[in-house]
Write a protein that binds this ligand. Sequence first.
Ligand code: HEC
Length: 156
Amino acid sequence: MKKALILAGFLALGALAFAASGEQVYQTYCMSCHQANGKGITGAFPPLAGEVPEYLGMGEEGRAFLIDVVLFGLQGKLTVGGAVFNGMMPGLGGSLKDEDVAAVLNYVAQAWGNDKDLPKGFKPLTKDEVAKERTKKLTPQQVYEIWKKLQEKAKD
Ligand code: HEC
């Protein structure tokens, strides 16, 4: 009995050590393009600061879009904060586990003052939501079609 408890404690510690924090995932997989301050680079990499809460305020479709961008990438002409971006983000689903995708998006949802713009009652993204999106196997161009639909909805 005691042995089992010690083993369980050991396993819990191990899991903690291996689960990367959202901030660590950001630094490793996103920062080179979107920058440490989340502001991106005008004309090349869109800002995440001041932008991500908008998608989270669009309900399930907005949440799914953010997950899709990280898993499958994004390619198309975007207007973000008045600036035009026509680049390509590679999908990172091959490198990131479901829990890492949820963790990094929950980090960018709250970093750089984004926490102040989150919708009321915001619930952190879960690894189950990521697992569900992963089954869709989208292309970066298909993710762009979702972006366009969200923009049209936001205009109504
Ligand atoms: C190699 C550079 C690169 C990396 C690495 C990268 N991105 Fe991107 N990201 C881009 C580009 C370029 C776009 C815009 C694509 C376009 O113009 O269609 C973008 C778009 C986005 C968008 C949509 C922004 C909007 O307002 O519509 C989100 C969200 C995003 N990235 C999050 C992330 C996260 C989170 C990571 C790390 C897990 C990451 N990106 C890693 C280059 C990158």
